[in-house]
Design a protein around this ligand. Structure first.
Ligand SMILES: NC(=O)c1ccc[n+]([C@@H]2O[C@H](COP(=O)([O-])OP(=O)(O)OC[C@H]3O[C@@H](n4cnc5c(N)ncnc54)[C@H](O)[C@@H]3O)[C@@H](O)[C@H]2O)c1
Length: 387
């Protein structure tokens, strides 16, 4: 199972599938890439050839022609017959994924591992489509897959436990930074990162500060690479809002993950961000970008509030055994490039200060959204650090 020389199959040749196929081929595997849309497959073939050529010119990979030679571009799924691992990266729809998984099972050998790159669906429910569900696992890559090191490994309820270390070893061999996470909504990154967007939008909606000021505070004072408004405009509100809504409903409507009307309206207006020329910001030619209010005290208040909410999410994830402390830190630094891990951030600020910020918010608002994790309270009472 999952030997170094296995042939890797990838279903779906879109942004993620093509990227994952590239990573596997560069790591030395023969790769079979299939897409139900012939035009998409042709496009992926051309892009992969051009990308690998460029990487060779820059000295980042060896012989591009040799790596390209490892690919076969398949017109139907029977080409997956000899694969030892298949990674599915098709449209994010449970019924379509389930159909593909049950079709794959009719083609592949009994020891072929079937992985899904789903961002938001339950791996357990995808595995349930298979007769041999213990061979199914989640391998969640980040976009762009060749550049982003993080891979979240998500065992389903049915997954054979011995598959987990094998998947981890293979991802390490591919040069990735694997973390292991429970099959719960958003896994690690898409769960723990929610307040970066949600709390920033809440601060904006309350009129505490405008978008340019919040972005300025979180980048300049907070050390984040991009502010939440610039970032969601970049990701696209169609993608980011849908993740928020999915996480919110998947958590049985926990108010901590409540989506915002500001972002919903952007989506309804078709103001999806950079790709449509308008989102929170206006990217039209000649449009004037708003200037931040560089008030240090206001900026710090924004950073303290957003960072306390992020730390609380990470601590709660640790409390619920979603992942180990080390994996939580790796996920947030490698998956969303946070300046440091959130548990380290908590240790540096002091759990007491973080708890004070949260309790102050809770006292002011009387909203469940601001409830502090019991593990944070315990860390304060027992004067413990997380790392
Ligand atoms: N885009 C991201 O940032 C990102 C990050 C991590 C995970 N994901 C997940 O990866 C998956 C793919 O996302 P994407 O952004 O690459 O999508 P995409 O739309 O770029 O590509 C999906 C591809 O799958 C093909 N496809 C659809 N149904 C198929 C079927 N039944 N059989 C074969 N091919 C089929 C489509 O033709 C398309 O080429 C989704 O599950 C998504 O949630 C996306």
């Amino acid at each position: 199972m999952l030997q170094n020389n296995i042939t890797v199959g990838v279903v779906g040749s879109g942004a993620m599938g093509a990227g994952i196929a590239q990573v596997a081929a560069v790591a030395g595997h023969p790769v079979v890439l299939f897409d139900s849309n012939a035009t998409a497959l042709e496009k992926a073939k051309n892009n992969l050839t051009a990308t690998l050529q460029k990487l060779q010119e820059k000295g980042k990979i060896g012989n591009a022609a040799e790596i390209i030679g490892r690919f076969s571009f398949a017109a139907d799924m029977n080409a997956f017959k000899d694969c030892g691992l298949i990674i599915e990266a098709i449209v994010e729809k449970l019924d379509v994924k389930k159909t593909v998984f049950s079709e794959l099972e009719k083609i592949v050998a009994a020891d072929c591992v079937l992985a899904t790159n789903t961002s938001s669906l339950s791996v357990t429910s995808i595995a349930a489509a298979c007769t041999k569900a213990d061979r199914v696992i989640g391998l969640h890559f980040f976009n762009p897959a060749p550049l982003m090191a993080l891979v979240e490994i998500i065992p389903a309820v049915q997954t054979e436990p011995s598959l987990i270390p094998l998947a981890k070893a293979l991802m390490l061999q591919w040069g990735k930074a694997p973390v292991i996470t429970k099959d719960t909504p958003g896994f690690i990154v898409n769960r723990v990162a929610r307040p970066f967007y949600g709390e920033a939008i809440r601060i904006y909606e309350e009129g505490i500060a405008d978008i340019a000021t919040i972005d300025w505070a979180l980048t300049t004072l907070g050390g984040f690479r991009m502010g939440p408004f610039t970032l969601t405009d970049y990701i696209g509100h169609d993608v980011n809002y849908v993740v928020t809504e999915t996480v919110f409903s998947s958590f049985f409507f926990d108010p901590r993950y409540k989506p915002s009307f500001s972002q919903k309206r952007l989506l309804e207006a078709g103001w999806l961000g950079r790709k449509t020329g308008r989102g929170f910001y206006n990217y039209a030619e000649g449009a004037i970008m708003p200037e931040p209010n560089k008030d240090a005290a206001l900026g710090q208040q924004i950073v303290d509030r957003v960072v306390a909410m992020l730390i609380n999410e990470a601590v709660e994830a640790l409390h619920l055994n979603i992942a180990s402390a080390a994996d939580l830190e790796l996920a947030m630094t490698k998956g969303v490039n946070y300046p440091k891990g959130l548990l380290q951030w908590c240790d540096e600020l002091g759990a007491e200060e973080v708890l004070d910020t949260l309790d102050q918010l809770y006292n002011d608002y009387h909203e469940d959204r601001y409830r502090a994790s019991v593990l944070l309270r315990k860390a304060v009472n027992e004067k413990k650090k997380f790392l």
